[in-house]
Design a binder for this molecule. Structure first.
Ligand code: PEP
Ligand code: MN
Length: 346
């Protein structure tokens, strides 16, 4: 990775670096961090002569050869001080960043989603979630509906909160980007779908859409998880959040095996914010508070929690795992109060 002396290489400087890289069959990818740009060498970057020639250019501060399968996600990379921002809020800096909302938006009942969105805003969430398209284990279960997108867009319009929507294929990605969805969620089933990850990274580069990457449910190791995020960043979008959400096999009684404890490992290896999903992890509304507190104790920067004004009238996972907005309010308070020195409390 190449780090320039200034915040960004000029066109001429970039061309000069590209000329050197091309002599070694490599190309250069510009990645826009919040504070400065860094430049990834695509191709075999181990050519010592190329390395020296680039490092020797007067406008280059340093060239790092991070020997890791995730050299951009690595804590030692040029993106180390990158902060993911949603609007004006820096994820995990002043308080845990809370994404809340139903598992699934019911297109036949838009008012339930809108009512939930307003109640969650009142409860203090930072962003709204809601499944437009759903990855369902059972092919005969409700699969989602394009029409649900307009409902969550209306909720964003009315509440002013950013929105998080899962995308599973190119067409859904196209629709979500067209709608300027703030957070593109990659679910656990696609967490290692490298061509989708690359496409999301490429097409969301230089947009305001961040990516919430869930952990693969078959116990993706921390390195495998971070390397999956690297696919997105390496295509140009550094606004990635890592989301542990429980793994299989499940702990008897829970939906999955709770894995919030992976948080410090991830934070030790990478600069990316960790946003834990307790809802899919434990899979039962009664356990969501405990799992959320544990996640925050482990250092999570945020939480993604399923919530619904009337869980029994919800679809998808809501009847089992959604908490009400009142419970969400208590949960947010409890997470902030548990670590008074870490967060500003109003
Ligand atoms: C969801 O967030 O509703 C979802 C399907 O999540 P996961 O991919 O973690 O199962
Ligand atoms: Mn769900």
């Amino acid at each position: 990775m190449i780090i320039p002396k200034g915040n960004r290489l000029s066109q001429d400087q970039l061309k000069e670096v590209e000329r050197v890289a091309a002599d070694f069959d490599c190309s250069i990818l510009e990645i826009h961090g919040r504070n400065r740009c860094v430049y990834a060498i695509l191709g075999d970057e181990t050519h010592a002569v190329m390395f020296k020639r680039i490092a020797g250019l007067s406008f280059i501060r340093k060239v790092d050869m991070i020997e890791s399968s995730y050299k951009l996600m690595d804590r030692r990379s040029g993106l180390a001080d990158h902060i993911v921002r949603m609007g004006k809020t820096e994820v995990g800096v002043d308080a845990p960043y809370i994404i809340g909302g139903p598992c699934t938006i019911d297109p036949a009942n838009p008012s339930l989603y809108l009512e939930t969105a307003h109640a969650l805003k009142e409860a203090g969430v930072n962003a709204l979630r809601g499944g437009v398209w759903k990855p369902r284990t059972n092919p005969y279960s409700y699969q989602g509906d394009d029409n649900a997108l307009s409902i969550i867009l209306q909720a964003r319009e009315e509440t002013g909160l950013p929105i998080d929507v899962e995308v599973m294929d190119s067409e859904q990605l196209r629709l979500a980007l067209e709608a300027q969805v703030d957070v593109l969620q990659v679910g656990t089933r696609n967490a290692l779908n490298y061509s989708l990850l690359k496409q999301i990274g490429r097409e969301s580069a230089e947009t305001n859409s961040a990516v919430l990457l869930k952990r693969g449910r078959h116990v993706a190791s921390p390195d495998e998880f971070i390397a999956a995020a690297e696919y997105i960043v390496a295509e140009g979008n550094p606004d990635v959040m890592l989301c542990p959400r429980g793994t299989t096999p499940a702990l008897d009684g829970y939906r999955n095996h709770p894995d919030e404890s992976v948080t410090p490992l991830l934070k030790n290896k990478t600069w990316a914010p960790v946003v834990v999903d307790p809802s899919h992890s434990v899979g039962h509304s009664d356990y969501v508070l405990a799992c959320s507190l544990a996640a925050v104790a482990y250092g999570a920067d945020g939480l993604c929690i399923e919530s619904h004004v009337d869980p029994q009238r919800g679809i998808g996972d809501d009847p089992k795992q959604a908490i009400t907005p009142e419970k969400m309010k208590d949960l947010i308070r409890a997470c902030q109060n548990a670590f008074p020195n870490r967060y500003k409390i109003e």
